[in-house]
Design a protein around this ligand. Structure first.
Ligand code: FAD
Length: 410
């Protein structure tokens, strides 16, 4: 494998470093780093964090570093994924992040660029790129998660509009969103993948009710969203009426590309090692085994990441499957956070301001459960590994060709 960069890529790395040195500070690796997330569990803290993410996005935009892989016709740089990888590697050392904005750009940008009308592209892409408009993803429902095509939120045509009724759930940052990408059922007589339409929804429309869900960490990361006779103009349909599944697949494959990267942050091996040193536990044989395990797994992830980078840079070898990387990353994090709390001993039972590092490891530990589910559950990714990496037959789908109205509902 060849990890060498070309002279052009090395020059680019130097240019990126110069930009970051001029506009950001290096992480201290302590709880003072704002890029770790909101300072406490209040809505004010979540909002303040979001505003800082937006401010950083604006800096990226003003300096020509927003939308690295977006085509130039849509305001991006039109660069390769390799440039985005190099930018991500350099930026990870600095106390900056655009938080959820980076995720929604990957979720909302591709469907509008690929399936949207020129009017939709002109209207929605600029605010997405500079971070001035907040977006959310309105896909999952109480009865439709892994099997998203089973969704039952209804959209009924009424002249130049659709009237939407139903419920979504687990919608990240919907409480702060101005717009959402929404999938709803427009033809209950068609098979489940064929009667779905993809909409752009103004979250300030009457009848949209957003209820934050407080999870075990104490923060309200996501929400339930209810629709009571919500009116969406037909011009906000993306990709054709009843043809929303193709648009949805664009979002899901972009989401899969987003996950499975990153190793070695402050909650990585070096963070646990520091913790063990502070607690004087580096000579405890069981803790030492745990530390060796954490080191080995982090190194594996870094090597998988380098293999991915090498594939992107020069197309050599087989890229690691994103599902393998996602599941391996989640598994490594679970073991590391268990270890951190074991190192803290009795202190591990404390939380928030009472706990060491203001509950940093406790928060990571509680957050790991969501990582097993978000972006596709561990089990669903194992199915994908079976199909894509091992070439095993596809999972059976007995209701695939039945009219949606006739299939068993969860
Ligand atoms: C942190 C986080 C952020 C999220 N953000 C959003 C968001 O912004 N917008 C949004 O719309 N949704 C979001 N979600 C929801 C997420 O997409 C769903 O939780 C996910 O798709 C799983 O669906 P579910 O929760 O309904 O579980 P289910 O699909 O009901 O799964 C239940 C269990 O069955 C297993 N299972 C299901 N199908 C199979 C199968 N075929 N083979 C084997 N096992 C299977 C699953 O692995 C799981 O263990 C988020 C979730 C999390 C955790």
């Amino acid at each position: 494998m060849n990890f060498d960069e070309s002279p052009e890529e090395s020059a680019l790395r130097a240019e990126i470093r110069a930009f970051l040195d001029a506009n950001a500070t290096v992480k201290t690796g302590t709880e003072a780093d704002w890029s770790r997330g909101p300072a406490d569990d209040t809505e004010d803290a979540a909002r303040a964090y979001m505003e800082r993410c937006r401010a950083w996005q604006k800096v990226l935009f003003d300096n020509g570093w927003a939308g690295i892989t977006w085509p130039t016709e849509f305001g991006g740089r039109g660069d390769s994924a390799a440039v985005a990888v190099i930018f991500g590697q350099e930026a990870s050392r600095y106390d900056v992040t655009n938080g959820f904005i980076g995720a929604v750009q990957s979720l909302v940008g591709p469907p509008i660029m690929r399936h949207g009308t020129p009017e939709q592209q002109a209207r929605f892409l600029p605010g997405l790129l500079d971070g001035s408009v907040n977006w959310c993803q309105l896909f999952s429902e109480p009865g439709a998660g892994s099997d998203l095509a089973a969704l039952s939120t209804r959209a009924v045509r009424d002249g130049d509009s659709f009237i939407v009724n139903g419920q979504k759930v687990w919608n990240t940052q919907a409480q702060f969103a101005d717009w959402g990408i929404l999938v709803a059922r427009t033809d209950p007589d068609a098979p489940k993948h064929k009667g779905i339409t993809f909409f752009l929804l103004d979250m300030h429309t009457p009848g949209v009710e957003v209820r934050p869900l407080v999870q075990a960490t104490g923060q309200a990361h996501f929400n339930e969203v209810f629709f009571n006779d919500v009116v969406i103009p037909v011009e906000n349909v993306v990709g054709g009426i009843n043809e929303g599944w193709a648009v949805t697949r664009t979002v899901l494959s972009s989401e899969a590309g987003m996950i499975g990267s990153g190793a070695g942050g402050s909650n990585g091996f070096s963070g646990v090692l520091d913790l063990a040193r502070r607690y004087g536990r580096t000579s405890d044989p069981v803790i030492r085994q745990g530390l060796a395990d954490a080191y080995a797994r982090e190194r594996m992830l870094q090597l998988l990441g380098l293999r991915m980078q090498s594939f992107i840079l020069n197309g050599r070898g087989n890229p690691p499957d994103p599902s393998v990387m996602k599941n391996y990353m989640v598994g490594a994090a679970e073991r590391r956070y268990d270890l951190a709390l074991e190192i803290e001993g009795a202190d591990g039972m404390l939380d928030k301001v009472d706990a060491p590092q203001k509950g940093f490891w406790q928060t990571n530990h509680m957050g790991q459960f969501g990582s097993r589910i978000g972006g596709g559950t561990n089990e669903v990714h194992r199915n994908m590994i079976a199909e894509r990496a091992l070439g095993l037959p596809r999972d059976i789908q007995p209701d695939k060709d039945l009219p949606w109205k006739d299939i068993l509902k969860a």
